[in-house]
Design a protein around this ligand. Structure first.
Ligand code: OAD
Length: 249
């Protein structure tokens, strides 16, 4: 089977006639909006001398919550200025056009929702929310303005406990209900898209494996080969914001 091709007419037809479509997205889907990816391009993100998977870890919340806030505040500051790109808007349109369309993202940036996608399965949580370490209540960080320094860590309005970013860190479980819904959608889809992810972080990457095992046709969109490329039926090499609109669903 030919891999790493341009988009074939047969692939376009297969996608257009699909009833159930599942998409797994990663950092690459936001790259064209200006969000840096973690891996890819031969490097990995380092922040203040720390690899991203150290600063984004469960241990770090216990050891140095202030540093964790600093890292996510920095990222939120970058994101505040950024807009969804053509990949996000195309995927939001697909929600309306397909009979059954489910999108699960590893991204915490909120750009799928900003593009108008109504039901986004955020496997790794969201950078736009804080969660209380004591009572689990969450609160939005959307209203915090850049410029003035907000209280860090934020204090829970309900119990007065310290809050943390409401994201899934290395060493933590994914929200069970979100993962379950994603796995069900992967299981029942006819076509599975794997877009802009290096496919090395589990259980998210395992969703593509579930889809493949259940008989779906799996299409990867990525400028580079990834850990999931061999599993995929085809890899369309390129940028998500250029490739996705070309399906013209
Ligand atoms: P990575 O940074 O690991 O991978 C990004 C992928 O996007 C790479 O394979 C790039 O080649 C590809 N890419 C770059 N630009 C692209 C474009 N314009 N269109 C399509 N693809 C493009 O990001 P993820 O796979 O999302 O988890 O990383 C998975 C998880 O690791 C993240 O959710 C995060 C991180 O640590 C947590 O923080 C828990």
């Amino acid at each position: 089977m030919a891999k790493e091709s341009l988009i074939r007419e047969s692939t376009v037809e297969r996608v257009r006639s699909a009833k159930n479509v599942f998409a797994l997205t990663g950092a690459g889907v936001s790259a064209e909006s200006g969000v840096p990816t973690f891996r890819g391009g031969g490097g990995a993100t380092v922040w203040k001398g720390m690899p991203f998977d150290v600063i984004s870890s469960a241990q770090m919340v216990e050891r140095d919550l202030a540093a964790v806030w600093e890292w996510f505040d920095y990222r939120r500051g970058v994101l505040r200025e950024l807009k969804p790109n053509a990949a996000h808007t195309t995927l939001a349109e697909w929600e309306e056009k397909f009979n059954d369309f489910t999108l699960a993202t590893q991204n915490i940036d909120g750009l799928h929702a900003a593009a108008g996608l109504k039901d986004v399965l955020e496997l790794h949580g969201t950078i736009w929310q804080a969660r209380c370490l004591a009572c689990d209540r969450s609160k939005s960080l959307r209203d915090e303005r850049g410029g003035e320094q907000p209280q860090r860590p934020p204090v829970c309005g309900t119990c007065g406990g310290e809050m943390r970013p409401d994201v899934v860190l290395f060493g933590e479980m994914l929200p069970a209900n979100v993962l379950e819904r994603a796995a069900e959608a992967a299981e029942r889809c006819d076509v599975c898209f794997v877009i802009g992810t290096s496919g090395v972080v589990y259980p998210a990457a395992g969703l593509a494996e579930i889809a493949k095992r259940a008989g779906a046709y799996v299409i990867e969109i990525n400028p580079e080969r990834t850990a999931l490329s061999d599993l995929c039926d085809e890899t369309i090499k390129g940028q998500a914001g250029e490739i996705l609109p070309r399906f013209q669903i």
